[in-house]
Design a protein around this ligand. Structure first.
Ligand code: ATP
Length: 461
């Protein structure tokens, strides 16, 4: 396998994603905007697979987790109660010369190594001064760190003013908390149970970069798991195991995954224990894919206090009433997609030629099967069309008639298509076609009558 410099891989991956319809720079014809990215046709399929695998595993396959789809812009009191208006801040520092703005804790991490998330502003300013940390752009002097609230503000209704201000949600979790009683009662759920939600969240991040690692608009897949106080620790550990298994099922290498526990200073205002599941990205740093937080009864109590509504659970047997504790596994879809792409990307040499492959798990691959008639001759198209239609009914598939078969294989290797089928002139005699495996490049001659069964064995294991 060819050896590559790490950030070089990211550059190649970005270009591949754009060329092959996986991820496009957002608003590209206007030179992009605010680190936004759009999923192309194949990225959309991959994201759908990641989402479906998550939903099937954590919601569909269990009794005690139900789904929810709450609004993105909600009563701003939600964000007062949750503490986001007061506490959802990043430490901002300015360069006094070039006016560029940075996240103080990340500058320290770059300069000194280690993790400075959650450090109080005065400590950040002190460390910057003590260690002579300068502007990475121009070497200028940096300002003191100050609070920057990461929520996007907007106005609701035709009049802009103090009363119309609202926020785009910075996490999907709060929709679950303020709906707690409605969901529990309407679905007659007994503790322990979970409410799951998948959807967009928005954060006005100071630092961006590294492709789709930290866009300002991203998709979260979250579960709030409500349990009896005192049992939260055991649920927390079980969620760690389950989350690990999910990422392995997406195809990530176990040796590039690790848990990192938050230190006291780093803990969010609502949490008494948090661990992050991190992935070793090709730019040489571990980055968070998922956080599991023990949120105690903080959110339910806060919403109960501000709304004046009871957000409690009554045990149907003992009649005991209490505010449940919450364990929250919070997954990021964009980061899962990025980690999958990084893990799957490989370059190989085949008979003196370079081949780029996305070695994706079949469950994650956007296209499962490609069908190539060897030539555009009517006779071959007439055979391959019904074959393609049969396959397309079962799996996402692409017909490809352009260029030599070798070129078509290379294109599909680059998007990670696990199986390519070539219909050739012999097909007209033996009613069979050649199926080529992406990874082994082994070719099997398979009768057209048996083709769907053959693919079922490979794809629906
Ligand atoms: P980070 O420390 O990287 O900013 P965070 O600790 O603020 O992340 P959480 O609030 O725990 O993130 O959010 C849960 C998950 O949402 C993260 O594990 C991540 O996968 C995802 N996420 C958060 N912010 C972003 C973002 N700007 N872009 C993409 N995904 C994000």
């Amino acid at each position: 396998m060819a050896q590559n410099n790490e950030s070089e891989i990211l550059r190649k991956l970005k270009s591949l994603c754009k060329r092959r319809g996986i991820i496009f720079p957002g608003s590209e014809i206007y030179q992009g905007f605010a680190n936004q990215w759009d999923l192309g046709p194949l990225g959309t399929e991959m994201a759908r697979n990641i989402r479906t695998m998550w939903w099937d595993r954590f919601v569909q396959d269990r009794e005690a987790i139900v789904g929810l789809d709450s609004a993105i812009i909600v009563n701003p009191k939600v964000w007062q109660a949750s503490g986001h208006v007061e506490n959802f801040n990043d430490p901002l520092v300015d360069c006094k010369d070039c006016r560029e703005r940075f996240r103080g804790d990340y500058l320290l991490a770059e300069e000194l190594g280690g993790n400075f998330d959650g450090l109080p502003l005065e400590h950040i300013s002190k460390l910057i001064a003590e260690n002579n940390v300068c502007c990475p752009n121009c070497g200028g002097q940096l300002s003191q760190a100050r609070k920057f609230n990461c929520m996007f503000k907007t106005h609701v209704g035709p009049v802009e003013g103090a009363g119309s201000e609202a926020y785009l949600r910075p996490e999907t979790a709060q929709g679950i908390f303020y709906n707690f009683a409605l969901v529990q009662q309407s679905m007659r759920l007994r503790i322990p149970f979970g409410i799951a939600q998948v959807g967009k969240a928005f954060r006005n991040e100071i630092t961006t970069g590294n492709f789709v690692f930290r866009p300002r608009e991203f998709e979260q897949m979250e579960i709030e798991y409500f349990c009896r106080p005192g049992t939260d620790r055991e649920h927390f550990e079980r969620w760690q195991e389950e989350a690990w298994e999910y990422y392995i099922s997406l195809g990530l290498s176990a040796e590039k995954l690790r848990w990192r526990q938050h230190g006291k200073e780093e803990l969010s205002h609502y949490s008494n224990r948090t661990v992050d599941l991190e992935y070793l990205f090709p730019w040489g740093k571990w980055g968070e894919l998922e956080g599991i937080a023990s949120r105690t009864d903080y959110d339910l109590k806060q919403h109960a206090a501000l709304s004046g509504q009871k957000l409690e659970y009554e045990d149907p047997q003992t009649r005991e009433r209490y505010v449940p504790y919450v364990v929250e596994p919070s997954f990021g879809l964009n980061r899962a997609l990025l980690a999958i792409l990084c893990d799957a990307y490989r370059e190989e040499e085949v008979r003196g030629e370079k081949r780029v492959v996305l070695g994706l798990k079949t469950e994650v691959a956007a296209c499962k099967v490609a069908v190539f008639p060897l030539s555009k001759k009517d006779k071959l198209v007439a055979v391959s069309k019904p074959l393609f239609d049969d396959i397309r009914k079962r799996w996402p598939a692409i017909p490809d008639t352009i260029g030599s078969i070798g070129k078509r294989y290379r294109r599909h290797d680059e998007i990670g298509t696990p199986y390519c089928i070539t219909v050739d002139f012999e097909t007209l005699d033996d009613n069979a076609a050649t199926v080529r495996n992406r990874d082994s490049m082994q070719q099997d001659r398979v009768s057209l009558d048996r083709m769907v069964g053959y693919l079922e064995d490979k794809l629906d294991r």
